[in-house]
Design a protein around this ligand. Sequence first.
Ligand code: FAD
Length: 474
Amino acid sequence: ASESEVNDVVVIGGGPGGYVAAIKAAQLGLKTTCIEKRGALGGTCLNVGCIPSKALLHSSHLYHEAKTKFANHGVKCSDVQVDLPAMMAQKDKAVFNLTKGVEALFKKNKVNYVKGAATFLSPSQISVEEEEEQGEKKTVVGKNIIIATGSDVKGLPGITIDEKRIVSSTGALALTQIPNKLIVIGAGYIGLEMGSVWARLGSEVTVVEFAPVIVPTMDGEIRRQFQRSLEKQKMKFMLNTKVMGVDTSSSDVVKLTLEPSAGGGDQTVLEADVVLVSAGRTPYTAGLGLENIGVETDKIGRIPVDRKFSTNVKGVYAIGDVIPGPMLAHRAEDDGIAVAEFIAGKEGHVDYDKVPGVVYTHPEVASVGKTEEQVKESGVAYRVGKFPMMGNSRAKSIDDAEGLVKVIAEKETDKILGVHIMASNAGELIHEAALAISYDASSEDIARTCHAHPTLSEALKEAAMATYDKPINI
Ligand code: FAD
């Protein structure tokens, strides 16, 4: 390649990790190319993840509120119905506009966008099979390569996903009919969010989980309340249960054979119209040719990196879902900024212990920092402050007061160790806590910060107050 064709940075993958890394690198004055094979930018998150799921969560919430809550607010409407094609069209429009928006950002920041599948030829040369000219291959050259190829659906042995009756999250975001019965295998956040969507639209939803608890990373106390809340919304849970087999021979129903996780107990057969396999995600490196250049992967296929996101091969970096760490879009984005800064010779920083996590059900559940179980295990003496949303005037005034805020602070120093919120918009409330934890703030710092009234945020202030003193409004 002539010198003018050599990129400073080549990013493989246009998801939240890759597209953000590409834009940041270009902003830092580096000649940058991003290669994406999906035909659209935005990766899993924009195309089949965060964005379409939140679109359907919102639409189904509106329907559910109209059916069950509007009358309490004096809004009368009769004959509320779901128009599923219209709901899906609204979701597709949101996805299309956002992916096109990323393309526009590439143009604005002068990131060169190559559509096609990338394979390493050497640590600086990448062969791209271009989408538009099938079979045509071109070589893209870069001084630094960032692998941001993300993750893919993890299947279960013996279960074939056809995306019609046995679906992954991708199929669950595009069903053409509301299933009468939906079984969700896996009680992680994706399974619970998708289960909520279809439960609100009228499906009878049963969640089957191998572990004894739902979302195992969640603070135990919050998790128990969360499960009760989902049960009130008519979702059923079969915990400690493993899937033994699936029978799709009937054209009417899918039959799932289940057994206690420990084995040995009676088998049960559950029938459903649709089964969602939501058993986690797996790093995606197929076809990338990592073996051609000797990039190492760990036992579960992730690419280990050092503090600067460098792999074991010089000049080759990796970020996002394909490396160890929380598999979340905002964390991939932060990786993307940091790796571009490191490549540009600056400092970058992402603290995986301070990445907030949100489950976008209703109420939402959000957390940052350590759970009470983790703090207990660390042996640090701590205090807990709690405040129920029932004591929050804004939540009461809008008749949406389910949940609580829980603040965990170090006993000796009052430093905040973890904050867990279950509330209607916990996903927004959590960032005050994320900022506090990033600055090593104490619970008293939050409690003495003036919070506007009446806001849901006041519940965090009161929970913070409750860690070292008494709250006022409960
Ligand atoms: P990805 O987004 O997976 O992007 C990788 C891209 O690389 C893909 O577009 C792929 O086509 C491309 N690629 C792969 N190999 C090649 C190759 N050889 N050549 C060229 N291109 C290649 N996270 C949140 O934070 N919040 C949420 O609400 C949320 N909701 C989710 C809901 C669902 C249903 C799912 C499935 C995921 C959700 N996630 C959410 C997780 C989030 O989508 C991921 O953490 C995030 O997309 C990871 O970003 P990434 O850039 O590492 O990889």
